[in-house]
Design a protein. Structure first.
Lengths: 36, 221, 226
């Protein structure tokens, strides 16, 4: 039985975006915190 | 360069390299035949999980040394590690379900990694909330150290209990998403991602540490 | 070591005498346990899920909540009237204080559990007659773990704002591994499985107890040292 590869690319994109959002968002929040 | 500037540079380098890993994972790493593209979430999910757990171990070690040496730098580092650990845990806890849905059919699975990371996340939050609730700096540091050491000791217990639970109640896993035998190209991508997360951890901790230091100096001065 | 325990017992006795003379805390905890069990009963559909499947979880969640109540008032006594300072200047080791609190808390929680268990059997019709002894042994084993960590954390939490909220937030993640073990063993007992099947869980619980009682004893002085 030859099955095609599952078409779940959408999830991959979503996860990559979410992860990037968290990391970049955190980096930005650190950048913008009040500095001495 | 001050510590915070150095930290920013390191973080920036980390984020740029993260972009490079993204490109490599998405475009230049083969797609796994049985799981499809969603398997690639693995390259982000796993290194984040490793660092979410390593943060706790480092907090525990720093806490032990703090109780013996009393060096406030250790306490500051532990606080920084808790914040960054919580962020990485958040990455794990968000990418995990997004990975789980296509692969295992449900958003949440009580698999070893997710369960451990969830508990760690709660411990990080508790740690940070407690620090916020204690006004005396010396007391705060001691309490944090106690909590940190307890957290460190809890980690093996979580591992064992989850392992035993899952042996007892095997989830119907048709695929083996965490297969250790990764072909070469995929393994390299994973290792590169792990390196990037290491850089990000260091950069973020440097910045958080520097900010805590500045905050303390600000409130004294 | 003998001194530590002796001093601990003296202080624990004082705490327990205070508790049982006023009886308020104790009665509240007992009533609370009964209420939680009642809520559980109405929160489920008996035709959908067999009681026996849920029973272990219900029992242990109830016990954990009851333990949390008990722990919350553990250092409350000292905080009022600044009795803690008095204890600290007394010529006894800090570890005695921890063990005193541990013993007192264990006694308190045990009594609440001793009331809760028969109620549980009554409300949920769980036949525990022939597994009573191992069940009680398990309850002791798991409770020691809960209370060991809980006593340590309640010492810290008492000096924070929102102490009653802080304790569950800090404590519950730590209770999950022993809770899993307790529920698994209880389920095995209710199902009539031999204890040997759940040996791993029992070892986990015993290890948890030993590790955390030891660790808490070592760390407790750090929570009260000035």
């Amino acid at each position: 039985m030859v099955e095609g590869v599952p078409q779940n690319g959408g999830y991959m994109v979503a996860a990559y975006i979410v992860a990037a959002a968290i990391l970049v968002g955190y980096a930005l929040s650190l950048y913008r915190r009040p500095r001495r | 360069m001050t510590l915070i500037q150095k930290g920013r540079v390191v973080s920036l380098v980390g984020l740029v390299l993260l972009g490079a890993v993204y490109v490599r994972a998405l475009a230049f790493t083969p797609t796994e035949a049985t799981q499809g593209l969603a398997q690639k979430i693995y390259y982000i999910h796993v290194p984040a999980a490793v660092w979410a757990e390593t943060s706790m171990i480092l907090i525990g070690l720093a806490s032990i040394f703090f109780l013996f040496l009393g060096d406030p730098r250790l306490d500051r580092f532990a606080e920084a590690s808790a914040q960054v650990g919580a962020v990485f845990a958040a990455v794990v806890l968000t990418t995990g379900p997004i990975w789980g849905k296509p692969i295992w059919g449900t958003w949440w699975t009580w698999d070893a990694r997710l369960t451990l990371t969830l508990l760690l996340f709660f411990i990080y939050l508790g740690y940070l909330v407690m620090r916020g609730a204690v006004t005396d700096v010396g007391l705060r540091a001691r309490y944090s150290a106690v909590l940190g050491i307890c957290g460190l000791l809890l980690v093996p217990f979580i591992h064992f209990s989850v392992l035993m639970f899952r042996t007892l109640h095997p989830q119907p896993i048709v695929l083996k998403p965490s297969a250790p035998s990764l072909p070469g190209v995929m393994l390299v991508t994973l290792l590169l991602s792990f390196g990037v997360f290491t850089i990000l951890y260091i950069g973020f901790v440097m910045q958080t540490y520097a900010l805590a230091l500045a905050h303390e100096a600000g409130s004294d001065g | 070591m003998g001194d530590v325990l002796r001093h601990a017992w003296v202080i624990a006795r004082k705490d327990l005498l205070l508790e049982f003379r006023s009886r308020t805390a104790f009665l509240s905890a007992a009533v609370f346990t009964a209420l939680v069990l009642t809520v559980f009963n109405f929160g489920r559909d008996p035709t959908a899920v067999a009681t026996i499947d849920l029973a272990p979880s219900i029992l242990w969640i109830t016990f954990i909540f009851a333990a949390m109540l008990a722990l919350n008032r553990a250092f409350q006594l000292e905080l009022e009237n600044q009795a803690l300072e008095g204890l600290l200047v007394a010529p006894i080791s800090r570890r005695s204080i921890y063990w005193a609190k541990l013993i007192a808390n264990l006694m308190f929680v045990s009594v609440v559990e001793a009331i809760g268990l028969p109620l549980f059997v009554l409300f949920f019709n769980v036949p525990i007659g022939n597994v009573l002894v191992p069940l009680v042994g398990l309850i002791v084993l798991a409770t020691v773990g809960f209370v060991a960590v809980g006593t340590l954390f309640s010492a810290m939490v008492i000096r924070t704002r929102f102490a009653e909220l802080m304790l569950p937030v800090l404590l519950l993640p730590f209770l999950i591994p022993p809770l899993i073990g307790a529920v698994q063993v209880t389920a095995a007992l209710f199902a009539g499985r031999p204890l040997s099947e759940v040996e791993g869980w029992l070892r986990l619980l015993a290890a948890f107890d030993m590790c955390f009682v030891t660790l808490a004893t070592l760390l407790f002085p750090a929570t009260v040292n000035e």
